[in-house]
Design a protein around this ligand. Sequence first.
Ligand code: HEC
Ligand code: HEC
Length: 543
Amino acid sequence: MGMTKADRRMDGWADGAALLALLLLSAYPPIRLSAQDTTAGRAVYEKWCAGCHGETGAGDGPAAGTMLPRPRDFTGAIYQIRTTASGQLPTDDDLRLAIDRGLPGTAMPGWKDQLSERDRRDVLAYLKTFSAFFADTTQRPEPLVFGKEPGGGTSVDALRIGRQFYDSIGCRKCHGDRGRGDGPSAPTLKDDAGFPVFAANLTENWRFNGGSEVADIYRRLRSGLDGTPMPSFSDLIDQQFLTEAELWRLAQYVRSLSPARPPEVRDVIHARQVAARLPTSPDDSVWGRVERYWVPLVGQVMRKSRWFTPAASGVWVQAVHDGQQLALRVSWDDRSQSPDSAWLEFTDRVLETVARDDSTPPAPTPWPDQLAVQFPLAIPEGFERPFFLMGAATRPVYQWRWTSTPGGVREDSLSAAVAGLARGIDRFDPLPGTPLSAQAVYDQGEWRVVFSRSLATADTANQLHLRTGRAIPVAFFAWDGSNGETGTRMAVSTWYFLALDTPVRAQVFVSPILAAALALGLGLTLVRRAQRPRSQIRRRSDA
Ligand code: HEC
Ligand code: HEC
């Protein structure tokens, strides 16, 4: 709705008669609240917001303790999503945008589809009563003038200029060379309240708090994310270090680090059959031609100790086989090559901050990074699969586990990867002498691990016999040691399918898999919804 200048001007009209007239004319509740309007906004707030933001708006609702970043403390009136200068209040339009869209990448959901327009206006007005700053009518927030985005934003020249300023302004100190949030300052970052905060991963723009597109990014660069270490760069324009047009180029460069569209989630991971040698190295050029599948991960919140704030938001999976062997590559962003003692203080702060359901926080240790790929012990005939969360004592699952510190999985093992049986979330029994190999590289904030194993196995009692042309259930788990993730504190996926395609009779084999996937589609969606935090559900349905 086009409620912009006129409404803001309205805020300043203190005269009761004028207000009443406007109220009757526009049905828009003015910000100088009548008792009745406060009541309406308050009712909405108490029902939908107080659980996180707290009754008094201090950001300390009953659910707040599990969240990082924490829900906003409205009493401080410090806001991220602004079109105003750093240190200024947001405009009503800014607040409206934050409430409508939510803050992607955090627990803050968007409310556009959940609440009526009237409820959203009322609650916005009520939010402002938590801080006296909004009552001061001599300090109306003034939006910055942003100018227009220069064209040609995806051209080589534009991106080169953008990259130049990315380096010279020092974005990489926090965000890292490739933008994965792994810069040298990253382990030291805290927000104004002293909570640990990650430098945003600039390759996942769908998780930017203030929106994913060039104009959103540009606004954040001009306004900063107040309350966090992310500064405003408007002063660099004032100091003529760069022009507005050049800052736009920087925003265009940042946008170019993410894919054109957020990755799409598909149920079946296809492994093509290749005649050539299988790529066993993570950086084999063959991987550049193998399709990638995005598998989203969420915190493990079903079993104690639960984990609400996992570092990894998903993994990319690629697979090829040659009829004898399977090569499976998993790549995921991780800001730290754990164990890394530079992150130990950060780990400590995370564990101190995020409530766990066991009473004493574990002493922070430089834990390794880990990954698990999970299959059932045998390919199921029907749709029944073991419990996705690492099976059960009576029904184990077959897993490949990789760790960044070989020997961390099994003292006597020199291999970084080991196959074994998980019998529930806290019991993993390695299978000695299994023919599984793995190679890993850590590169600029990303792990790439290739697992290789023969399709067939003689030990079908303990190991999965991989077969072509079947829908093989598969699931993934990731741990970022520097984020305090070990044991049950991890990121999990639900079941997906791996299909080892065959070139000759592709048609014959693909269709039963598709049929199975279709039949399962609904079940999968429900499982995923149950696993996914509310904010993500809403964001997907927004898209
Ligand atoms: C599930 C928890 C949760 C609920 C429910 C919730 N919020 Fe939030 N909200 C958050 C978190 C977490 C943040 C801070 C995110 C950050 O700092 O990046 C936040 C931030 C905000 C912000 C700050 C935006 C900015 O520019 O900094 C506003 C405004 C806000 N919430 C409004 C609301 C309103 C209004 C409701 C109810 C209709 C609501 N929230 C319900 C978790 C929640
Ligand atoms: C001192 C460290 C630091 C520097 C320097 C820094 N950033 Fe950030 N940046 C952060 C942090 C921390 C966040 C995440 C804040 C949060 O999670 O709320 C962030 C978030 C962002 C975001 C996401 C915005 C959103 O809507 O969520 C973008 C884009 C970004 N930075 C770009 C840049 C660019 C471009 C530069 C250089 C001009 C830069 N940053 C310099 C620390 C920094």
